[in-house]
Write a protein that binds this ligand. Structure first.
Ligand code: CIR
Length: 263
């Protein structure tokens, strides 16, 4: 399987002990901090195994959801954009990410109106797809559109399924043409024109995977979807996600993945 885009970098932030206070739609139990840290370390090992440089930020106890760094920024080829999370307890995470990205990107812009979280944004080779959700509104999307249009990007706004936290809770980009998706999302038609691989029925929680260089990194425990991806010749790496899942987090949320212009 070949991919046209190579990631040289990723940024992660370790979960802190305050992760036990992280946001969750439904309480399925409190995350075990030690196990969460073990899974997080396994995740970083998987990223590094592809040759990428991983910036490992220390936990910030003031932000229980701070390990879900994807929501705080969007990293494109030419610039990084600091998001404006819609969850009030997460708004400050964006400011924390700004100096980190300024060290890596010559150009860092910022969303200043409305709200938008990175988990609602899927960047494909032809467009930026954004799912409106409880965390991402039209004003935030419009602000992002103003920032990225001069760089030639086009934005298409779609609808995150009701009751689903983020757009990418239900989908992932596997390669330039192929999207892994739940049926409930793909049935909306938002991926018409792409190849779609559906996650197996009952395995909706593994739709949030990441394609990172030669690997597809997916949460452990979803054998049917794993077998489908392997049969389609993706090199799959499983990482435990039981503790992040208690906070509605998955594989994409735990990193920002990019190749800065200077790299
Ligand atoms: C939250 O509700 O914001 C966190 N507990 C989970 C964020 C997961 N992030 C993501 O899907 N991009």
């Amino acid at each position: 399987m070949s991919f046209s885009y190579h990631f040289t970098h990723a940024i992660c932030r370790r979960p802190g002990t305050s992760a036990t206070q992280g946001l969750r739609a439904v309480d399925t139990g409190t995350p075990d901090t030690d196990l969460f840290l073990q899974h997080h370390a396994d995740y970083i090992t998987a990223l590094k195994s592809t040759g990428a440089t991983v910036t490992e930020l220390a936990a910030d106890e003031a932000f229980p959801d701070g390990c879900f760094v994807e929501d705080a920024a969007l990293c494109l080829l030419e610039l990084a954009i600091i998001m404006r999370p819609g969850a009030p307890t997460r708004l400050g995470e964006a400011a924390l990410m700004k100096p980190v990205l300024e060290d890596l990107y010559p150009n860092v812009a910022e969303i200043t109106r409305g709200h938008i979280e990175g988990g609602d944004i899927l960047v494909t080779e032809r467009e930026i797809l954004i799912g409106s959700s409880d965390r991402t509104d039209a004003e935030g999307v419009e602000n992002l559109r103003e920032i990225v249009t001069p760089y030639g990007y086009s934005i298409r706004m779609v609808q995150t399924p009701p009751g689903v936290l983020h757009f990418k809770t239900d989908c992932s980009l596997l390669d330039a043409q192929t999207i892994l998706s739940t049926r409930r999302l793909a049935d909306s038609g938002c991926f018409d024109g792409y190849e779609v691989i559906h996650v197996a029925e009952g395995e909706e929680a593994c739709a949030n995977a990441i394609r990172f260089n030669n690997l597809v990194i997916m949460p452990a425990g979803f054998p049917e979807t794993r077998a489908t991806l392997t049969a389609a010749e993706y090199e799959v790496r499983d990482v435990g996600n039981s503790e992040a899942a208690k906070l509605d987090g998955g594989m994409s949320c735990l990193s920002l993945r990019f190749s800065p212009p200077a790299a």
